[in-house]
Design a protein around this ligand. Structure first.
Ligand code: F0G
Length: 353
């Protein structure tokens, strides 16, 4: 069986990219759709997790980055820049390294998970920590790209959404049709916009008979799309979605409206609890922001909303190993036991004897 080629070459004829652009790829995409026994049992629905942490740099960003970096390289760029809450920068740095572009990263000071920072640095990015939030970083990145020889690869770059929409294709390819409902976290709002683009295009091409209802969830302290207004000082432990003024605002609102969906907010406690439960019950370890969709689904159930009988896709956007500090913080006083190298001692400590 041939190796999965990465999202550009798997879906090239469906992507609006320059004809024949060579793919800069780390074989992203082709991620597992894992049935959640836990969530299916709770909801009476068939709940499928699209596990995007299985991408090469551990998040869904790789789908868009293969496209944005391929185009930048093709068009002769030498350097690339992004603003990021961590995952975009990790992804950009890896793809830039792969094709010899110079990566420049702007991140909010002190608000990036250690794993993501390590990735950007290891792949050779120059990382500048900005005294400001993500929204400030994005403004700066746009200004840099306007005035200096550096290409912007945030999701305002249309190639990004072209790549990211392939996740919707994969879900339809596997399920045989679109799900009834698609649930996912929303930060800068590129991903929900890309999914809607993908579902719409795939249905129009005859690969699906319908499009799902899109339900986006934000962290309560960073929920501009729920409030209907930008948030000046977004705050959440789910640092990946600590964003107050999403760039793809209009596209995301259109996705929710056209699909009969909506945005809702969940608290950090709900997010961290969903992250823990998902790890313990389904064996899927995701980063905090990535559990926001699961938290939203659970919150909907608490509000008496029914998912019974439906097929539900939930995107879990990034790997749990990105941010082990936040994950373990939430556990309180879990103590590791130290034992002698003695079987009786081990058995006693393990509660077997
Ligand atoms: N989940 C994770 C793990 C993310 O890293 C992001 C965004 C999102 C969800 C939200 O997706 O922005 O398309 O609505 N991270 C960006 C970054 C902002 O810089 O890595 P979105």
């Amino acid at each position: 069986r041939p190796q999965w080629r990465g999202v550009i070459d798997e879906y090239r004829e469906l992507l609006d990219l320059p004809a024949g652009v060579p793919a800069v790829t780390l074989r992203e995409g082709g991620t597992p759709l894992v049935r959640s026994g836990w969530l299916s049992g709770l909801t009476g629905a068939e709940v499928w997790l699209k596990v995007e942490g299985n991408n090469p740099t551990g998040s869904f960003k790789d789908r868009g980055m293969t496209a944005a970096i391929s185009v930048a390289k093709h068009e002769g760029a030498r350097a690339v820049v992004c603003a990021s809450t961590g995952n975009t920068s990790a992804s950009m740095a890896a793809y830039a390294a792969n094709c010899g572009l110079t990566p420049l990263v702007l991140v909010p000071e002190g608000k990036i998970a250690a794993g993501k920072m390590a990735q950007a640095i290891m792949h050779g990015a120059q990382v500048l920590m900005v005294r400001g939030n993500f929204d400030d970083c994005l403004t700066l990145a746009r200004q840099l790209a306007e005035s200096y020889p550096v290409a912007l690869v945030n999701s305002v770059n249309p190639a990004r959404l072209e790549g990211q929409k392939t996740a919707a294709f994969e879900i339809v390819d596997f399920l045989g049709d679109a799900p009834d409902v698609h649930v996912l976290p929303v930060g800068n709002a590129g991903n929900i916009s890309a999914y809607w683009l993908g579902y719409t295009q795939y249905a129009a091409a005859g690969h699906a008979t319908r499009r799902p209802v899109m339900r986006g969830f934000q962290a309560a302290g960073a929920a501009p799309l729920v409030n209907g207004a930008p948030v000046a000082d977004p705050e959440t432990k789910a640092t990946a979605i600590r964003i107050g003024n999403p760039a793809s605002w209009k596209l995301a609102v259109a996705a929710a409206e056209e699909s009969g969906g909506r945005f809702r907010a969940v608290t950090d406690d709900q997010i961290l609890s969903a992250q823990r439960e998902l790890a313990r019950r389904d064996g899927v370890f995701v980063e905090p922001a990535s559990a926001t969709g699961v938290a939203g689904l659970l919150d909907d159930l608490d509000r008496g909303e029914s998912y019974a009988g439906l097929t539900v896709a939930v995107t879990v956007t990034g790997h749990g190993l990105k941010d082990t500090v936040t994950a373990l913080e939430g556990l309180g006083d879990v103590v590791d036991s130290v034992v002698d190298a003695d079987v009786a001692d081990v058995a006693r400590a393990a509660g077997l004897a």
